[in-house]
Design a binder for this molecule. Structure first.
Ligand code: DGT
Ligand code: MG
Length: 242
């Protein structure tokens, strides 16, 4: 259906219990299937909370969030987990192997699929260099892999699950600019048709996004393409300059 993977926020307001002020204020946007929506804004602006709301880690006090036209409040955790894959800002590893970390409970994924996901996520080389490859042990917390490798494994894990919606929370900033560029060049064909939402620090990560949301203090203060925002939005201009 044309709704497949469509994520819609309508007038969403959310505050943490006990906090005086909401951290998300009257946010509305639609993230469309086959397109990339980028979210940019300073630290503490509310980017991670927005993604967590889509995953229903918390429920908004006002407004609605729908995925595929259905309110997320009516979806089970399993349904949400099948539809949306989050690459968290701080990726985690559990004790097992590189392969089991990539499968993450999806035992049906073949080794071929894991290698394909690693290829896209720019993780193929460092896994091939490991003596045991996919069977290489990983300790909990992933101390045997570097931060950038952990991020790439986490991206590959999301690709293996083939969700309708990808949520990348600052997943590219630990990568050097060249790896970031290669990864983003490989992503579109791997995520074709899916809805992609990317939280970014670097403007270069999102210049080709279909829509960019600029968020400040929990509010959307600008939206458009890179060129549109560059010409019209002071907050965005400031981010580009910094
Ligand atoms: P980042 O990752 O540093 O670029 O910042 P954002 O944009 O991801 O910020 P976010 O969404 O983590 O936090 C937005 C606001 O919400 C910020 O004032 C901190 C606050 N906040 C985040 N998580 C919690 C929480 O678990 N409890 C409470 N009380 N406040 C939280
Ligand atoms: Mg964050």
């Amino acid at each position: 259906t044309p709704e497949a993977g469509r994520v819609v926020f309508e007038n969403v307001t959310f505050g943490f219990p006990g906090a005086e002020k909401p951290v998300i204020k009257n946010v509305s946007f639609a993230a469309e299937p086959g397109k990339t929506t980028a979210i940019i804004g300073s630290t503490g602006a509310g980017k991670t909370v927005l993604l967590n709301l889509a995953l229903r880690l918390y429920d908004p006090q006002q407004g609605s969030i729908t995925v595929d036209g259905a309110p997320v409040s009516e979806l089970t955790r399993d349904q949400l987990a099948d539809t949306l894959s989050l690459v968290p800002q701080r990726p985690y590893m559990f004790s097992g192997t590189i392969g089991s970390n990539l499968r993450f409970g999806r035992t049906a994924a073949t080794d071929e699929e894991l290698w394909e996901a690693l290829r896209v996520a720019q993780g193929e080389d460092f896994v091939r260099e490991r003596e045991l490859g996919l069977d290489e042990p990983v300790s909990q917390g992933g101390t045997s892999v570097s931060g950038g490798q952990r991020q790439r494994l986490s991206i590959a894990r999301a690709l293996v699950s083939k969700p309708k919606v990808y949520l990348f929370d600052d997943s590219f900033s630990a990568l050097d600019v060249a790896t970031d560029a290669r990864l983003r060049a490989a992503l579109p064909s791997a995520t074709q048709g899916a809805t992609t939402i990317i939280v970014a620090q670097r403007v270069s990560t999102i210049t080709d996004a279909d829509q960019i949301l600029v968020i400040e203090g929990g509010e959307i203060v600008g939206r458009g393409t890179h060129d549109e925002l560059l010409g019209s939005n002071e907050v965005y201009q400031e981010i580009v300059r910094s």
